[in-house]
Design a protein around this ligand. Structure first.
Ligand SMILES: *Cc1c(COP(=O)(O)O)cnc(C)c1O
Length: 409
């Protein structure tokens, strides 16, 4: 039996912003026997998950489910709608936006990477005005797609996607809007149809509370139309055969059966009317974010996101004072208190750590994670202004969750 227990009892605190802790209900659902993916039971389950995931994207259009990590779904999105040499406008919000940009270049697209200079751009959301200005200058409509990251997981900044849509419309530009909400979906508000997004990319291991392994493309009719003439090579990722087979709840190849059991369970949990459905999910994450930020401020540390209008409800980036190696602090928290924190990525390596507040967590598990951070910081010799745990206790005690917690009958 594989054992991962560094500490022999209790559960490891997986406090990174994805993979997120998986609820026991989902683990149990995934432990059911694998069935025939061409049999009648499978088709019924397939239709159920396709309907559930569409509700979570808030779309009436097809959602493609791939047996791949989020990176696969990034590639799928680009290669289904674009042709070699096409110009795409991307926006640098952080490390994940940079990786997507690199991928687009490797696929043979001409990318232009907008953004504010230096680390400053990584501390604020997408500046929709810059996109509007750039599109207005593109009078020949050479730009075929605008690509942005909704919740930038490397920093803890959640961009305003409706504002990006408005910018494209204000420029009267026909470019497709493609959005990575790999870590935003099912934690932060996301409206694929209402925001006029053409392709939304997401993954299983963040807000959906599943293990890694499946990922998504939510489509618009315009994106489907574009995919018919787009020339980048695509076979495994091609939407057409998948959409066709999905009509009856099946896939052209063997899907990730047990992850789909988990997805069915996740949809039930996230959409459950008795728990308030999606509005309660978003309110829960907003509240956790506020509690964690109260703790970070009380410690006297800086929140990485510099614009309160775009604080992420999914994770919080915590900047270290000059001279403190964030990864050394993370190591202490891991070794002494069995808690994993997110590392600083790209330009922010060693400068910050990230606390995830998503997946299977609640006020008390979050406060325990904050206690781990606080002890680890003290042990690392970081001077703290006060107690973050105390501030979180004060916040959570004085701000009851809006939806009453309902016990199962
Ligand atoms: C996690 C993540 C990715 C990468 O997804 P993988 O599943 O690791 O391939 C891309 N973008 C964002 C915003 C993410 O959070």
């Amino acid at each position: 039996m594989l054992t991962l227990d560094f500490h022999p009892t209790g559960r490891h605190f997986l406090q990174i912003p994805g993979p997120s802790p998986v609820p026991d209900r989902i683990l149990r659902a995934m432990s059911l026997p694998t069935i025939d993916h061409r049999g009648p039971e499978f088709g019924a389950m397939g239709l159920r998950v396709l309907q559930g995931i569409a509700q979570i994207f808030q779309t009436r259009h097809p959602v493609i489910i791939y047996p791949a990590s989020g990176t696969g779904a990034w590639e799928a999105a680009l290669c289904n709608v674009l042709s070699p040499g096409d110009q795409v406008l991307m926006y640098e919000t952080g490390h994940f936006a940079s990786l997507w940009n690199k991928m687009a270049t490797r696929l043979g697209l001409k990318t232009e990477f907008l953004g504010l200079p230096g680390v400053e751009g990584w501390r604020r959301g997408v500046q929709a005005g810059m996109i509007e200005e750039r599109l207005k200058a593109d009078t020949q409509h050479a730009i075929k797609a605008v690509c942005v990251v909704h919740n930038e997981t490397s920093t803890g900044v959640t961009s305003n996607i409706a504002a990006v849509r408005s910018a494209i419309d204000a420029a009267k530009h026909p470019a497709l809007l493609m959005v990575d909400s790999i870590s935003g979906l099912a934690s932060a508000q996301y409206k694929h149809d209402e925001w006029g997004v053409d392709v939304t990319i997401s993954g299983s291991q963040k807000g959906l509370m599943l293990p890694p392994g499946i990922s998504f493309n939510a489509l618009s009719p315009k994106a489907i139309e574009c995919s018919k003439s787009a020339k980048l090579p695509k076979a495994f990722w091609a939407w057409d055969e998948i959409i066709e087979m999905n009509r009856s709840g099946y896939w052209p190849y063997t899907p990730s059966t047990n992850l789909l059991y988990g997805l069915a369970e996740a949809c039930d949990m996230l959409l459950a009317p008795e728990h308030g459905g999606l509005p309660a999910v978003f309110a829960r994450h907003e509240r956790w974010g506020e509690g964690v930020r109260a703790a970070v401020r009380a410690l006297g540390l800086e929140i990485q996101c510099a614009d309160p209008a775009v604080y992420s409800p999914v994770l919080t980036g915590v900047m270290m004072p000059e001279g403190v190696d964030a990864d050394a602090v993370r190591r202490v928290v891991y070794e002494r208190f069995d808690c994993s924190l997110g590392t600083g990525l790209g330009k922010l390596k060693g400068r910050m750590f990230r606390i995830g507040h998503l997946g299977d967590c609640n006020d008390l598990t979050l406060m325990a994670a904050l206690a781990g951070c606080e002890m680890g910081l003290k042990l690392s010799g970081v001077k703290l202004a006060g107690s973050g745990v105390q501030a979180a206790m004060d916040f959570f005690a004085s701000h009851p969750a809006r939806m009453p917690v309902q016990k199962a009958a």
